[in-house]
Design a protein around this ligand. Structure first.
Ligand code: URA
Length: 233
């Protein structure tokens, strides 16, 4: 049960002050009754605005196909935001819809978004060991011996990245061609995929996250999202 003005403001309908005006204007009903007190407490399922049930009153969990060029930051000065791809009302929700972990601006692929704050913290922790699968395209082809050496190094869990002291956790590398490889990480350090390859003299020219745990894009086009059940991560 929550106050009507709080429901409307937190779900991105309007400000709390506007919510009071909406209630006083008779736009909000609880069950069969028109509400007249913005402070009235109600359960989400019985509240309607202009005759419509509330828009996703429970928390949201979304799988977005992040397009290249968008940023996971909330600061629009850093570039077009992934959140701008969502319906405007969802962009105004409080708590804000936020990405679970981040992808670089030039990386595409699976990105989870949620307004369930504990998921953002819990799922980004390496303690959870969620495998994330990246497809990296490289600036040059690796010869067979070099590719085998890189695979062995990444898998050994001994690679220490510049400026860090703890080695990267073991990561599985599978080559699809001399210039394209699939890397599975269970942690998420800053620019990790690019830095791992760069440490071996290989530059990543395109990066795409294919999988986050069991979650894949399927045929979801870039820039589109689909809802997920909250218990699936
Ligand atoms: N590693 C990177 O280098 N970039 C990403 O966006 C994700 C993982």
């Amino acid at each position: 049960m929550r106050r009507l003005d709080q429901f409307l403001a937190n779900l991105g309908y309007c400000s709390r002050r506007e919510a009071r005006a909406w209630v006083e204007g008779g736009r909000v009903t609880v069950g069969t009754d028109t509400a007249d007190d913005p402070g009235q407490k109600a359960a989400a399922g019985e509240v309607r605005v202009d005759g419509e049930p509330l828009d996703h009153p429970e928390e949201l969990l979304l799988l977005l196909h992040k397009p290249v060029g968008t940023v996971c930051s909330h600061d629009g000065r850093e570039g077009p935001r992934v959140y701008d791809l969502l319906p405007p009302r969802w962009q105004r929700r409080n708590p804000a819809v936020t990405s679970i972990g981040r992808l670089d601006q030039d990386t595409s692929g699976v990105l989870l978004l949620t307004d369930r704050t504990q998921l953002v913290h819990r799922r980004t922790s390496p303690r959870h060991k969620v495998p994330k699968v990246y497809r990296a395209t490289l600036d040059r082809g690796a010869a067979a011996a070099e590719a085998a050496a890189v695979t062995a190094l990444f898998g050994a869990g001994t690679l220490v990245l510049t400026g860090e002291s703890a080695p990267c956790l073991p990561a599985a590398l599978r080559w699809r061609s001399p210039r394209e490889a699939e890397l599975t990480l269970i942690e998420g350090r800053y620019h990790q995929v690019k830095r791992m390859f760069a440490s071996q003299g290989l530059a990543v020219t395109a990066l795409h996250r294919e999988r986050f745990g069991d979650l894949e894009l399927g045929d979801l086009p870039a820039g589109q999202w689909r809802e997920l059940p909250l218990d699936c991560v």
